[in-house]
Design a protein around this ligand. Structure first.
Ligand SMILES: [Zn+2]
Length: 135
């Protein structure tokens, strides 16, 4: 649980993200577990508490991302950083297809893999939310 931020900071980060996880786009209004304030660059990697380093993230994305900042992309052989919600545009790196979020770039692919964005439970939930117009 992230209780390190005042209610006003949490609210500001949430509103900037329109209440959606900035990685997988899950709306917090339909999430069983509360969304968290995520350090895009973790503190132990030198990230700070500035709002530019904070993102609104669902429980799954926040916990699977943990302290990770990059990974190996098997398609290009590159070591791209994970998606950075303040610097990167979501639609440049991801697209939603039949309930799955597809990485369009090396950044998108490693983020989908490391955050397990297409874990079967996440896809099932996403499909249900799309079908019930809650996505
Ligand atoms: Zn998420």
């Amino acid at each position: 649980m992230s209780q390190r931020y005042s209610a006003s900071v949490r609210q500001k980060i949430r509103e900037r993200a329109n209440g959606r996880c900035e990685y997988c786009k899950k709306p917090d209004a339909v999430s069983v577990y509360p969304h968290h304030v995520d350090h895009i660059i973790p503190v132990f990697h030198g990230g700070d508490n500035d709002e530019d380093n904070l993102a609104w993230a669902c429980f799954q994305c926040n916990s699977t991302k943990s302290g990770q900042i990059a990974s190996y992309d098997f398609e290009t052989g590159e070591l791209p950083p994970l998606f950075h919600p303040r610097r990167d545009e979501w639609a440049d790196h991801f697209e939603l297809k039949a309930g799955k979020i597809i990485g369009k770039t090396a950044i998108g692919r490693v983020t989908v893999r490391i955050l397990q964005i297409n874990h079967p439970d996440n896809v099932e939930t996403r499909l249900y939310l799309i079908q019930s117009r809650k996505w």
